[in-house]
Ligand binder design. Structure first.
Ligand SMILES: Cc1ncc(C[n+]2csc(CCOP(=O)(O)OP(=O)(O)O)c2C)c(N)n1
Length: 536
C-alpha cells in the first residue's frame, strides 16, 4: 500500500521540492515520520523566520518551495511572513498540521479553527482537503497556484491522521503527472502599438521593476533601453524586492521616489513612461500631487492582472514581462534621439557631524569597496537603503533581495534561504539593529546549515526611519523610537555565530573582506553609525 505521506513525498520529489523549511510540532510529526534521505529539512526556530528563509530560497532558486508550519499558533506567527511573501511574489507552498479529523468538530486542543481563514487574504488559495486521499492533489494544486503568475503563497491545512491513510493511487498518480505553465505572451497588437508610440515619443522613459529579474528579462530590458536610448529609473525602493536593470549602466537614472507627487514631478519631462514589472506604484508615504504630469502618458507591462487593474492611472498590458520585453526589442526601431547622460560616479561619502561615528554613507562606501563581483545583497536597513543602492550600483541579475511589503523580519532569514539556494555566491545581509531583532533566531539556522552569510549590523541605537516619518507626519513626543544598548554582536555569539565589533571605515572594509573570503559559516560584523537618513 502507498500511504498519503509516501504519495505526497513522491509529488514533492517530482517537482524538485526536496528542501522543506519548517518548525515542527506534534501535529506535523506524522508527516515527518521516516523522513526520506533525499529530502532536507531546514529548521527555523520561529515561524516568521521559517517563512523568510523559504521566501529567500524560492526567489533565489526560482522554484516553488515547501514550508511546513505548526497548526494555528504556528500559522499565526507566520502571517507577517506570508504577507511579505505575497508582496515579494514568492512561490511558497505552505502546509500546516491540524488536529485529527475525529477531534476537529469538538475543538480538541490545537484544533486550527476555520483553518483556511487564518492566512487570508495573503494567500492565493487556502484549503483543507475533505478527505485524506485528497492531500496529494491539494498540494499539487497549491504548487500550481503558487507558481502561476502572479507567484505567491498558497496554503493547505492537513489533519495529522491523514498521513498514514492509504492513498488513492489513481488520483495521486494523475496529480503527480500534471504540469501547469503560465508564461503567457502579451497581446501582440497592444505591444505593436506601444512599440510605435515609443518610436514616436519625444522623450520616453523606462521604469524597471522587480519582476523583470524574476522573469529573466534583465538582458531584454537592457537591449530595449539601448535600442530606444531610454533613460531608466528603478521603481520606488519601497516595493523593489529585486532589481530590474543594472544600476551601473549609463542609461540608469536612479531610484524613483515613492510618493505620488514626487513620482509625477520626477517623470513630468517625459511624454511616455513605460513601467515594466512593477506595480504603479508602491507609493509610501502619502505626499499628494498629480498622478502624472499633464503631458505624460503611462503604459505598464505586468504579469499580474491585479497590478494592471488597480493602477490609478495609465494603460496596462498583461503578460510575461520577459516575453513582452523581448518582443518589444524586436518591434522597435533603433532610435536616433540622444542617449541619456550617464549619472556621475558616487562621490566621497558625507561624514557624520560630529564625526565620532561612521555615517551610513561611509559604511556603505566601505561595503562597496569590499564586495566582490557576483555577490548577493539582502537588505533590511531602512536608513541606508538608498545609500546602498547608490554606492553599490548592483549590476548583475539575481543579486539583490529586499522585502517589498516593508514587513521586518525578512532580512536575516531570507539571506539564509538565498545562500542555501545559491551556495557558490557570497551573500551579504545589511541590517539595522532594530530590523535584525524580528528575525534574529535565523542566525541559529545560518550556523546549523553552514550558510556563510556575512551579516553587517548598522548600529545607530534607534529606529531612525520612524524618527524621519515622525518629522514628516508632524508627530512629536512619540515613545518607543530609541534602542539604547542593543548589542547584536553579543546576541549572535549566544547563537554560536562569530561576531566582530568594528568602528573605522578601513577596519570595516577589512572585516567585510575577511568575512566574505572566509566563506566557512555565518559571521556578524557590527559597526556603530551616526543618526541620520543616508541617501547618497
Ligand atoms: C513587522 C514590522 N513591525 C514594525 C515595523 C515598523 N518599522 C519600520 S522601520 C522600523 C525601524 C527599523 O529600525 P532599524 O532596523 O534599526 O533601522 P534604522 O531605521 O535605524 O535604519 C520599524 C519598527 C515594520 N516595518 N515591520
Amino acid at each position: 500500500m502507498t500511504s498519503v505521506r509516501e504519495a505526497t513525498f513522491d509529488l514533492l520529489r517530482a517537482h524538485g521540492m526536496t528542501t522543506i523549511f519548517g518548525n515542527p510540532g506534534s501535529t506535523e510529526l506524522p508527516m515527518l515520520a521516516d523522513f526520506p534521505d533525499d529530502f532536507t529539512y531546514v529548521l527555523g526556530l520561529q515561524e516568521l523566520v521559517v517563512m523568510g528563509m523559504a521566501d529567500g530560497f524560492a526567489q533565489a532558486s526560482g522554484r516553488p518551495t515547501h514550508v511546513n508550519l505548526h497548526t494555528a499558533p504556528g500559522v499565526g506567527n507566520a502571517v507577517g511572513g506570508i504577507f511579505n511573501a505575497q508582496a515579494n511574489k514568492s512561490p511558497l507552498v505552505i502546509t500546516a498540521g491540524q488536529q485529527v479529523r475525529p477531534q476537529i468538530t469538538i475543538e480538541a486542543n490545537l484544533t486550527n479553527r476555520d483553518a483556511t481563514v487564518g492566512p487570508q487574504p495573503y494567500v492565493k488559495w487556502s484549503h483543507e482537503p475533505p478527505r485524506a486521499q485528497d492531500v496529494p492533489g491539494a498540494i499539487a494544486r497549491a504548487i500550481h497556484h503558487a507558481s502561476l503568475p502572479p507567484r505567491g503563497p498558497a496554503f493547505v491545512s492537513i489533519p495529522m491522521d491523514d498521513w498514514n491513510v492509504e492513498a488513492d493511487a489513481d488520483r495521486s498518480a494523475a496529480a503527480l503527472a500534471r504540469r501547469v505553465t503560465g508564461r503567457t505572451a502579451p497581446d501582440e497588437a497592444a505591444l505593436a502599438d506601444l512599440a510605435e508610440r515609443l518610436a514616436g515619443a519625444l522623450s520616453p522613459v523606462l521604469v524597471a521593476g522587480p519582476d523583470i529579474d524574476a522573469a529573466g528579462g534583465w538582458h531584454a530590458a537592457v537591449a530595449l533601453a539601448e535600442k530606444q536610448r531610454l533613460p531608466v529609473w528603478a521603481s520606488p525602493a519601497t516595493g523593489g524586492s529585486r532589481l530590474g536593470f543594472p544600476e551601473r549602466h549609463p542609461n540608469f537614472a536612479g531610484v524613483l521616489p515613492p510618493a505620488i507627487g514626487a513620482v509625477s514631478e520626477t517623470l513630468k519631462a517625459h511624454d511616455l513612461v513605460v513601467v515594466v514589472g512593477s506595480s504603479v506604484f508602491p507609493y509610501y508615504p502619502y505626499i499628494p500631487g498629480p498622478l502624472l504630469g499633464e503631458t505624460t502618458s503611462l503604459v505598464a507591462l505586468t504579469s499580474d492582472p491585479g497590478e494592471a487593474a488597480r493602477a490609478p492611472m495609465g494603460e496596462a498590458i498583461v503578460g510575461d514581462v520577459g516575453l513582452a520585453l523581448e518582443r518589444l526589442v524586436a518591434l522597435v526601431p533603433e532610435a536616433t534621439r540622444d542617449a541619456p547622460e550617464p549619472r556621475p560616479e558616487p562621490g566621497e561619502p558625507p561624514a557624520a557631524d560630529p564625526p565620532d561615528k561612521l555615517s551610513g554613507s561611509q559604511a556603505m562606501a566601505a561595503l562597496a569597496e569590499a564586495i566582490p563581483e557576483g555577490a548577493i545583497i539582502v537588505l533590511e536597513s531602512p536608513s541606508c537603503t538608498l545609500s546602498l543602492r547608490n554606492r553599490l550600483r548592483i549590476s548583475t541579475p539575481g543579486s539583490y533581495y529586499f522585502c517589498a511589503s516593508g514587513g521586518l523580519g525578512f532580512g536575516i532569514a531570507a539571506a539564509v534561504g538565498v545562500q542555501l539556494a545559491q551556495p557558490a555566491r557570497p551573500v551579504v545581509c545589511v541590517l539595522g539593529e532594530g530590523s535584525a531583532q524580528y528575525g534574529i533566531t535565523a542566525l541559529w539556522s545560518a550556523l546549523a546549515y553552514k550558510a556563510p552569510v556575512t551579516f553587517l549590523i548598522l548600529r545607530n541605537d534607534e529606529y531612525m526611519i520612524l524618527k524621519w516619518f515622525a518629522m514628516l507626519e508632524q508627530v512629536s513626543g512619540a515613545p518607543g523610537l530609541d534602542l539604547p544598548g542593543l548589542d547584536v554582536a553579543a546576541v549572535a555569539r549566544g547563537y554560536g555565530v562569530p561576531a566582530k565589533d568594528v568602528s573605522g571605515r578601513e577596519e570595516l572594509t577589512e572585516a567585510l573582506r575577511a568575512s566574505i573570503a572566509a566563506g566557512d559559516g555565518p559571521r556578524v560584523i557590527q559597526v556603530p553609525v551616526a543618526s541620520g537618513m543616508w541617501l547618497e
